[in-house]
Design a binder for this molecule. Structure first.
Ligand code: PSU
Ligand code: MN
Length: 305
């Protein structure tokens, strides 16, 4: 087949939306799999994100690899398989996932941004992006999510980067890559489970229209890449910083002891934090992901005007 069309598909509802009202929000699938959240919270998270996107008048486009096809807009019949997926697919894994015909691949932020851009979707929502890992000076572990943001003209809404990362260096790296970072109604970079990391963001935005103008502005001046919108967790859902920090230290020590490296690190850390907080981190994760989906729908609506 010409152009590798057998490797890429846009779901019917998403396709119709893109050729009509254009209000579409892409979603990654790693967060909704067991790698991101324990069952049944993973499905609840997905349902709440979808409801938030639809509530904002937009169409959700879940990305995943299914039977060797990179799909934008997973359809209901394939959802269970995706939620049960255990094969993590970042952007660089997409090529081998489709050429090798893998059964199910759950997409990370980087893979999802790449597929969203390919489909013509301009807005994406998740919980937290990957970033610069603590001790990256030893391991070299910096998520490709950051590079993907600099490459694809897509607005990504997240509650900052995951809290167990080195947030200061993550912000520095975003600057190195030239990724605009905008705080949603805040001038502080959020720390996932808590609203304020103590670090400042360069820009503050307070409406979907402002974000839409930023993306259009980037295109107009020839700046490549997207915009990271950092939306703090809703106030009522915020966790106690002391408790979360203790849980993080414990989880990081476990990783160190087990000598884990690479893509396996994030899922293990998320699990350890959930255990150390008696599941409170999972509730917080759901609340922030849902709110990011809501904000993303608002931005998608503004971009479609
Ligand atoms: N944040 C979460 N849950 C997740 C992830 C992030 O709260 O499951 C996933 C996202 O898919 C993100 C990926 O793109 O972890 C980053 O993995 P790594 O650190 O290996 O780049
Ligand atoms: Mn990594």
């Amino acid at each position: 087949m010409a152009g590798g069309a057998q490797f890429f598909r846009v779901g019917d509802e998403v396709h119709a939306a893109l050729s009509g009202h254009r209000r579409v929000v892409a979603l990654e699938s790693t967060i909704f799999s067991g790698l991101g959240l324990p069952s049944p919270a993973n499905r609840e998270c997905f349902d709440r994100c979808v409801a938030a996107v639809r509530g904002g008048g937009a169409v959700p486009a879940l990305t995943a690899v299914i039977d060797g096809v990179a799909v934008v807009g997973v359809e209901a019949g394939d959802l269970d398989r995706v939620l049960a997926g255990t094969h993590k697919v970042a952007a660089r894994d997409l090529a081998s996932a489709v050429s090798g015909g893998i059964d199910v691949g759950v997409t990370t932020v980087s893979a999802s941004l790449s597929l969203a851009a390919r489909a013509g979707i301009e807005v994406f929502a998740t919980g937290g992006i990957g970033g610069v890992h603590r001790s990256s000076e030893v391991t070299g572990d910096v998520s490709h999510d950051l590079v993907a943001l600099s490459r694809h003209r897509v607005v990504a809404v997240s509650s900052g980067a995951k809290a167990f990362l080195d947030l200061a260096r993550t912000l520095e790296y975003l600057e190195t890559l030239g990724v605009p970072v905008a705080g949603w109604r805040t001038d502080r970079f959020p720390a996932f489970y808590v609203r304020d990391s103590g670090l400042e963001v360069p820009t503050m935005v307070s409406s979907g229209d402002e974000v839409a103008a930023m993306l259009r502005g980037a295109a107009a001046v020839g700046h490549p890449g997207g915009v990271l919108v950092a939306n703090p967790i809703p106030e009522g859902a915020e966790l106690d910083p002391e408790q979360i920090n203790e849980a993080l230290e414990e989880a990081l020590a476990d990783i160190e002891r087990e000598g884990l490296r690479g893509p396996a690190v994030t899922p293990v850390l998320l699990d350890a934090i959930a255990a150390a907080t008696d599941g409170l981190s999972v509730d917080a994760n759901l609340a922030l992901a849902q709110d990011n989906a809501r904000v993303a729908a608002e931005i998608a609506t503004a971009l479609a005007r």
